[in-house]
Design a protein around this ligand. Structure first.
Ligand SMILES: [Fe+2]
Length: 416
């Protein structure tokens, strides 16, 4: 990926334009949402949308104003209210947070001040925060990633949101494997100027040959698994997965419903017949494992996934406009011949989230390091809701294996 900014000394104008563009998209996203919906606690796993809004401003103030201009917080209590580590998402609507008009005004004033600091900035390459405009990349990506989080909340709430119809009912192609030959490759990056600490440093990994499917698992194939008794057959599920399934009484992907003519899924406010050729989305890690077991396959490790994805840098279904995955096709193609590697749905991998050899936390341990361990699984590839600036082959997302409000799907792999 090229940021278009990071390769040379960052041009201030481009940074200002990127910050303004990100902010316009954030505001456009919540424009059709009324104040009552903005303050609603839709689910214990999501923040009220108005919290996300002010938190975006708080993060921008922290890094682009307070750190860079060495200034005091504009409002002291925001460090408690809007630091994501202070209060769990499910409690945030009960905090004395800003109202929607106050949050909008705060965003506007922070943006204005951040631009003023930027205009007076002397870019000093000896400061790692400023090298290649890193701290601007951090704040921009943070805002763009929150846009995806906010879309998860809007989807959960069933918000009456104007989205394009997804009514293509053509059948998907038959599943097909790609053989990735044995050999070393460069895993992670030391070159992408705006890559996060957890993607670094680049290191060579030698993998045995493996097989991976050309396309993510489609709705049609997932429905076959389901109708074949996939949710009832114990042997497809891990112990944790089986416990989750019974506890939560899960019998289909989130937002699927059985109707007289077949399966229907809700996408924002629309209920539509399941488009067979779209990648399945809103499945947990456990469901991803189970469909793989049913197919006689397994999940790829994140190392395998990244090796298979190399070269898939453009043309993915990204950037929110489609408001859902699109029927699988030849797009975001990798060098080994996989398609849809970036965009459409995040793909669960079998890997726990850990630091690469030589990992150094930067610019703060709370970005990634505090999440390292066995609790989380890595997802790769971005979704239709991920911004192209964030979606890159080396980017690592992580979440609890039980979560499925994410725009998450799966691609199957096997030993060679
Ligand atoms: Fe955040």
């Amino acid at each position: 990926m090229t940021t278009g900014i990071g390769e040379a000394a960052p041009a201030k104008q481009e940074l200002v334009a990127a910050l303004s563009r990100a902010r316009e998209t954030t505001l456009r996203l919540v424009e059709p949402v009324d104040d009552e919906q903005l303050v609603a606690q839709v689910s214990p796993v999501m923040s009220p949308l108005v919290w996300d809004l002010a938190h975006i401003g708080w993060f921008e103030e922290l890094w682009l104003i307070r750190r860079l201009a060495d200034s005091e917080p504009s409002i002291e209590r925001f460090d408690d209210l809007y630091d994501a580590f202070q209060h769990p998402r499910g409690e945030r609507s009960r905090l004395p947070i800003l109202t929607p008009p106050e949050a909008r005004a705060y965003l506007e004033s922070v943006h204005r001040d951040a631009v003023r600091v930027l205009e007076n900035m002397r870019f000093d390459d000896s400061d790692p925060l400023l090298r290649d405009g890193y701290v601007y990349g951090l704040v921009l990506q943070h805002e763009l990633q929150h846009q995806e989080t906010m879309l998860q909340t809007l989807q959960l709430s069933g918000s009456a949101y104007a989205t394009p119809a997804h009514d293509d009912l053509k059948a998907p192609p038959k599943p097909e494997d790609v053989l990735v030959p044995a050999g070393p490759f460069t895993f992670g990056t030391s070159e992408q100027p705006w890559a996060y600490d957890n993607e670094q440093p680049a290191h060579v990994v030698d993998l045995p040959a493996f097989r991976i499917e050309r396309l993510p698992v489609t709705n049609e194939r997932f429905a076959e698994f389901l109708e074949d008794g996939g949710y009832r057959k114990r042997s497809y599920w891990s112990d944790d997965g089986w416990e989750w399934l019974r506890e939560e009484r899960v019998f289909a992907p989130l937002y699927w419903q059985q109707a007289s003519g077949g399966w229907v899924r809700r996408r924002f406010a629309r209920s539509e017949p399941l488009p067979p050729a779209e990648p399945v989305q809103h499945i947990s890690f456990y469901e991803a494992e189970a469909v793989a077991a049913w197919a006689g396959k397994r999940l790829p490790t994140e190392t395998e996934w990244e090796k298979a994805a190399q070269g898939a840098d453009s043309g993915g279904n990204l950037g929110r406009e489609s408001f859902g995955p699109l029927p699988v096709a030849r797009r975001a193609a990798s060098r080994v011949g996989c398609d849809c590697m970036l965009g459409d749905v995040w793909e669960w991998t079998s890997s726990a989230f850990t630091g690469y050899p030589g990992f150094t936390a930067f610019p703060y341990a709370e970005y990634s390091e505090v999440f390292f361990g066995d609790e989380y699984r890595v997802l790769r590839g971005g979704s239709w809701a991920t911004d192209p600036l964030v979606a890159r082959v080396t980017f690592r997302n992580w979440d609890y294996p039980r979560r499925r409000q994410l725009f998450s799907g799966v691609r199957l792999a096997a030993d060679a």
